[in-house]
Design a protein around this ligand. Structure first.
Ligand code: APR
Ligand code: ZN
Ligand code: ZN
Length: 366
């Protein structure tokens, strides 16, 4: 057991606190990771606000990269000294989804068995089973994916959540390829990553939609070929018009990624998809939101697919090393998502900036 500094949310709505926690030595199937970077995500704020569950105190942080310090008995997938990106869906390898070759839908994902605790022995709930706003954290070894150790931690750690969700929403869930058009509604960290994913896949046109002109300017640098300010124009009409410029007769984009998480924008995505097109919901709705009231004939009449994308339908062991290599080769810009590097004591300020839409990601660097 060892003691390290970490950031916790002690009670609903209370500001986060920097405290000392106990990290157990890794047991069977576990690893202790020395954290080098961890992005600040909406989900951390949702935990703090009690929007996920009430198992306070939470150890926050989950978009992380670091170096494995120690592993428990029988761990062979990683070893001390390995540079890893953490993921929150370690797959079991034997459930129905894993057996049918779709481990990205594993029903039995798992975390470390032992608990990290406060100095008084209170057990902590690590955010998404990770808890990486900490000098060190305890995870399941399956949550660690080894990647190129010369990569910048602050950038590649973001693959652990939001950036992977966006890239995967476009490529893994939406099936973006060359010869297909992609529209992305909402250009925050997740939507911007979806644009980068569509660009990586060779799709064109790539239409970025947002209500914030600054985000639209940035979207162009990520690979958007067109931008639509939906506060000023009708997003659906514009997406249809732009898609038809490249593909005459198209009635929308082949793939429309909704990266806001609201019924109004999902409805725009629904009507902005071409016949047989795919809508991908990757923005996370709140529990009270409802599917908009739509004529069933419009669902039937357009064919295609209405999908949701969980963690970009990623398989960390396949996707993380590949995307890190593309980043190292200069074919995928991950640095752009790091709006600022901050200290572990600056997380409340980072929540504020995130709330005001000023950053793609603030990243704690240790
Ligand atoms: N139409 C278009 N864009 C919108 C709209 C709207 N009606 N409302 C908000 N936006 C834009 C914002 O201007 C911002 O650029 O959506 C973007 C949201 O970005 P962020 O707040 O940075 O969120 P992000 O981290 O990208 O996550 C998006 O996915 O993971 C979830 O909880 C997360 O629901 C959130 C979504
Ligand atoms: Zn499984
Ligand atoms: Zn996240």
């Amino acid at each position: 057991m060892q003691q390290v500094k970490a950031v916790i949310a002690r009670a609903e709505g209370a500001p986060v606190e920097l405290v000392t926690i106990n990290v157990p030595d890794p047991g069977q199937g576990e690893a202790v990771v020395k954290i080098q970077s961890c992005g600040v995500c909406h989900t951390d704020l949702h935990y703090r606000e009690g929007g996920i569950n009430d198992e306070f105190p939470f150890l926050l942080g989950h978009e992380a990269a670091g170096v494995v310090e120690a592993v428990g008995p029988d761990v062979t997938s990683v070893a001390p000294g390995d540079f890893v990106v953490l993921n929150w869906r370690a797959v079991c390898g034997s459930c129905r989804a894993c057996n049918r070759g779709e481990p990205q839908y594993c029903f039995a994902t798992f975390n470390a068995t032992q608990k990290m605790t406060l100095e008084d022995g209170t057990e902590l709930s690590p955010a998404l089973g990770i808890g990486a706003f900490a000098e060190k954290t305890l995870v399941a070894a399956g949550q660690c994916t080894k990647v190129d150790p010369s990569a910048r931690p602050a950038a590649v750690g973001l693959l652990g959540c939001g950036v992977m969700a966006g890239i995967g929403a476009a490529i893994n869930t939406g099936g973006a390829t060359r010869g297909r058009s992609v529209a992305v509604i909402g250009c925050g960290g997740v939507g911007m990553a979806a644009i980068a994913g569509a660009a990586l896949a060779g799709s064109s046109p790539i239409i970025a939609v947002d209500i914030d002109p600054k985000k639209l300017e940035q979207a162009k640098t990520m690979g958007a070929t067109h931008t639509v300010d939906s506060s000023a124009t009708d997003a659906v009409e514009e997406i249809r018009r732009i898609a038809a410029e490249t593909y005459p007769g198209a009635e929308g984009a082949d793939i429309v990624v909704e990266a806001v998480g609201r019924p109004e924008t999902w409805k725009q995505a629904f009507y902005a998809r071409d016949l047989a097109g795919t809508v991908v919901l990757v923005g996370v709705p709140t529990p009270d939101m409802k599917v908009p009231d739509l004529p069933l004939i419009d669902v039937f009449g357009r064919g295609g697919a209405l999908k949701s994308s969980w963690y970009g339908d990623c398989l960390p062991s396949r996707d993380f090393p590949m995307l890190v290599d593309l980043y190292q080769q200069g074919r995928l810009d991950l640095d752009v998502f790091v709006s600022e590097e901050i200290g572990i004591g600056d997380i409340e300020a980072a929540f504020e900036k995130m709330h005001r839409g000023e950053v793609l990601r603030s990243v704690v660097v240790l």
